[in-house]
Design a protein around this ligand. Structure first.
Ligand SMILES: C[S@@+](CC[C@H](N)C(=O)[O-])C[C@H]1O[C@@H](n2cnc3c(N)ncnc32)[C@H](O)[C@@H]1O
Length: 305
């Protein structure tokens, strides 16, 4: 392990001991050091060095979780070492879309759960825990209802559509990866109000004006941002077009650039340009996932009505 990796792992472990979710810490340790044996050794060493019983107990929990999901951790480490993914800005929207399509077609073949959330460690149970938290938050924010039509941009394997199907009138999902669309259709085949479609990744063209009550994106906006702000701008304009008056746009994670203040500034400016009120702006409302939440609401009556 290099000095820089060791420093990263130490920073991650101390944040984990303060904040507390071992699955998030396991993901971050693997991102910093994609070799499970070395990662486990680093956690063991930090545990031995610590004089605090609380820290040792927390590090013990992390180590046990990684052992319990050893195969999932190994797979994630292999996926990271393959370097199909990276977070460098892409030179054009065309290249961004081609990159995402290739990345997610490949990722879903490695493992469905890891392809949509590394902090699932490849486990359906850990992924379901995060999904339930998101659905509970949506319910609390008042964006669900049996009279509501919903659309997810970047639906991946369709976990959100399965979870929302019984709580909304319709649960649409679009994705630019054919592999993801196949996985989502299979997962949702028994649900009559779920509709999964392939998208060009450029817009929401297949949806009519004022036809939806909730448009949301779970961890897909960072890829739009990576493809360029022109694509983000188009999706905000499109969301404003397809939402009914008073409809909601929820974005969970806007970018991966680790500059929360900048993301908040950009989202506020986008909201203003496209006629949304900002309901929440970049807080971290989840215990089992560190996604940042942005909730925008379209004016109940358009200004020119
Ligand atoms: C990290 S995965 C999350 C999947 C899903 N939202 C979830 O949380 O389970 C990101 C997804 O966004 C999709 N995606 C990326 N860019 C997209 C775009 N421009 N339009 C539609 N989907 C996109 C990817 O193919 C991938 O399935």
């Amino acid at each position: 392990m290099t000095r820089a990796q060791w420093a990263d792992v130490r920073r991650i472990l101390s944040a984990y001991v303060r904040r507390g979710d071992p699955a998030i810490a396991a993901r971050d340790v693997l991102l910093a050091c994609p070799d499970v044996a070395i990662a486990q050794a680093a956690i063991g060493e930090a545990r031995e060095r610590s004089r605090s019983a609380t820290t040792r107990a927390a590090l013990g929990r992390l180590s046990r979780l990684m052992r319990a999901h050893a195969a999932g951790c190994e797979r994630i480490a292999r996926m990271l070492r393959a370097e199909v993914d990276h977070d460098r800005p892409l030179p054009s929207v065309d290249e961004g879309i081609a990159f995402c399509r290739k990345l997610f077609d490949w990722s879903v073949r490695q493992n469905p759960e890891s392809s949509v959330a590394l902090c699932s460690l490849g486990s359906p149970r850990l992924l379901a825990r995060v999904t339930h938290e998101i659905v509970a938050a949506f319910a609390q924010w008042g964006v669900l209802g049996r009279d509501r039509d919903t659309l997810e941009i970047g639906c991946g394997i369709g976990r959100m559509q399965v979870a929302l199907s019984g709580r909304v009138r319709s649960a649409h999902g679009i994705d630019l990866s054919a592999g993801m669309v196949r996985a989502a259709r299979k997962r949702c085949a028994h649900l009559g109000n779920v509709h999964i479609q392939t998208t060009s990744g450029r817009d929401l063209a297949r949806y009519a004006d004022r036809s939806l009550d909730l448009v949301y994106a779970v961890d897909s906006f960072p890829y739009l941002v990576q493809s360029g702000m022109a694509l983000v701008e188009t999706h905000l304009r499109e969301a404003a077009r397809v939402l009914r008056p008073g409809g909601d746009l929820v974005i969970l994670n806007f970018s991966y650039r680790s500059d929360a203040a900048k993301d908040r500034r950009i989202v506020r400016a986008l909201a203003k340009r496209h006629g949304f009120a900002v309901v929440r702006c970049g807080d971290k409302p989840f215990a089992h996932w560190d996604g940042e939440a942005f909730h925008l609401r379209k004016a109940a009556r358009p200004l020119n009505d």
